[in-house]
Design a protein. Sequence first.
Lengths: 329, 458
Amino acid sequence: MKNRGTGIAIGHYPTGQNGGGDPSQAMVKIQPDGSAVLTVGSCDLGQGCKTILAQMAAEVLGMEYEQVKVINHSVDNTPMSSGSYASRVTYVDGKATVEAAENAREILFQVAGEILEASPSDLIIENGKVFVKGDRKRFKTISKIVEVATYEKHKQVVGLGHFMKDFSKPDPETGECDPFCTLSWGVSFAEVEVDTDTGEVEVLRFVSYYDAGKAINPMLVEGQIQGGSVMGLGAALMEDLHPYYPNIEHQPDNLSDYSIPTTMDIPDFEALIYECPSTEGPYGAKGIGELSANYPSPAIINAIHDAIGVWLTELPASPEKVLRALESQ
Amino acid sequence: MTLKVVGQNVLRYDGLAHVTGETHFADDVIIPGTLTVKVLRSPVSKGKIMNLDIRAAMSVPGVASVITADDVPCNGYGHIPDQPVLVEEMVRYKGEPIVAVAAVDEDTAIEALEKIQLGIEEEEPVFDHIQAMMPDAPKVRPEGNIHMFGKYPFRQVKFGDIDAGFREADVIIENTYRHPSLEHAQLEPMVSQAVPEAGGKLTVYTVSQAPHFHLEELYGILKVKKNNVSGKHWITEKGSRTGQGLEFGDINFIGGTVGGGFGGKNDMHADHITALLALKSGQPCKWRWTREEDLLYSTYRGCWYITIKDGVKKDGRIVARKIKTIRESGAYASSNPHVVEHNIFNSTGPYFIPNVHSRGYCVYTNKPPASSMRGFGLTPSTFATEVQANKIASELSMDPWEFRFKNVYRNGDLTSTGSKLDSVALIEMMQTLAEKTGVTLPDRLKQMSSAKRGGNSI
């Protein structure tokens, strides 16, 4: 018999290293052609941090995204970063990048102010040019300003940025501390079909709705949600590194025995983005990297209960576990 | 503020290069004359090395360098740092590296490994972290199997008055949940290539997720201190490529474009061994883990047991929560104490619970070290708290949506660690999710918001 059921799971995820104390820094150099080089120490693991950091720098500098080159490959040549983990790069590197770009922009405004005989605070930057507010005819190209800065004003157009949430030491008795930059939120819905003869669980529909604060690049956020959901689906139904725990003799040593979901296993997925801006994050952004992996398991387990009336308290919901739970019902 | 670039679906920066195969990942760096690294791993889970003879391996033609614990200046790394680069005397997990070989090719390296004489007096291991907590359990480490957080064998959170909370409760609901160990299964396995450069410098091509952090860790292993003020005399004094007189700044890590990590590359897996071999042999050395090695011996999400005891009012409000969570750490600390902290600090789930007492234990076993993985302690706690939420709702014959609306965080709420929340949106998100999935919520839930408790609370 095949029974259908639905389930939900919700939650939160902290942005930044637990407890804080994890700096990231950034450097923005304006090039002679009016483009920019952004240098950061964090890694692009496929999550797309080069893309979104370039977007933030371009936004501050009034440039096209394509005009920002991102350098992150060499520890010698990049400013400090704690690394790409803890859902921290969009927020922490993002803040450092925005600050670095603002500082570079400040130098452009100072030099442009001297050329245009205007106060730096009366200047705006857009489309590769610095304008005097309210007068579209008084402007200089960024390229020209860099030339004047370099060859006349003895100035380097480089901006530096730094962000770190101060380390918060937990009280050993109460655990009291301030351990995160901000929280992002997630809610998920699963619909499953359980075959009570074979114990197989098929996920028919999975809806993920996640708070990115501000999606710097919505398509990449969706990618993170999709990827996390697939990982969560694997945890819910398929994966166990020590299937005969605590015995390690049968630990899978290849990806045929340790099966993770392939494209053929992916159900009807919907990835939706909510934007509840963080108070301090760059453009209101929050970390999105990790939380998306957390909700498929409980949502699917709750849906299985709705379908066949049994609670599974151990993952994964393998056919064997489902059948045993049905038998002991 | 009108945003022009932020919020746009611009093309992924390196997307085209990735899908056309143009991107250079660590394994794509070809340096002529690079030696192949292979490592002799322990065949047993626990034991004492009684005899180790590498002479025959060293004399295999084509073998450039063989290193043991004796060749590691400071043989301890990691967050604590408690993990040896190469086993000194006590083997603590099956697969633990004991000897590393650099040779002209893979066959020669494997032949050299086969010639190593290794005698281990096997001891009784412990694999189950619950069993490992028992007083008479075999000791993974001499100081005991339970990690000490300062003076306590646990990290704890105490918020409100737990006893008063339970007295106030109408129903007590207690359940234990188990989350198994999981592998990151990232596309790119561990790879490292260390290349000696002119003037005694060294470049390491790495897959690290945290190269700045790992470079400092490598300096620690090489006993290179940050406060070396003797000056940089490398141009005149070094010249050799033996790594003698190595100073802070002499090593560079190249990476930053990584083929997936999911937390699996927050720990140094290969860079220390290639660096040591390159410094000793003076030749470029590359170690590429096989998929088998990656699955068996790289870090992973350790197994968890989470027991939640909730005191709940008949109207569905959770008024007290007691949690005991036990995390398997494997043989070394790695990031596991932090994972436990992260779990314990967030153990209420997304719910405001006025009285909380949670304790998290980190327990050593004779398995490879577990460590960070996407979700870092919240993956198991979310599984536990969200299934628990439905169990409570079921026990009270309440709709699971309504149960959540009643308990979720709102703006101004305190977490159990005392952080005051802002930018909370769970109620609004649940309202939209219900709409999108065809669930009809009663009006009283539709009218709620994440605004501060009080006016619209139920």
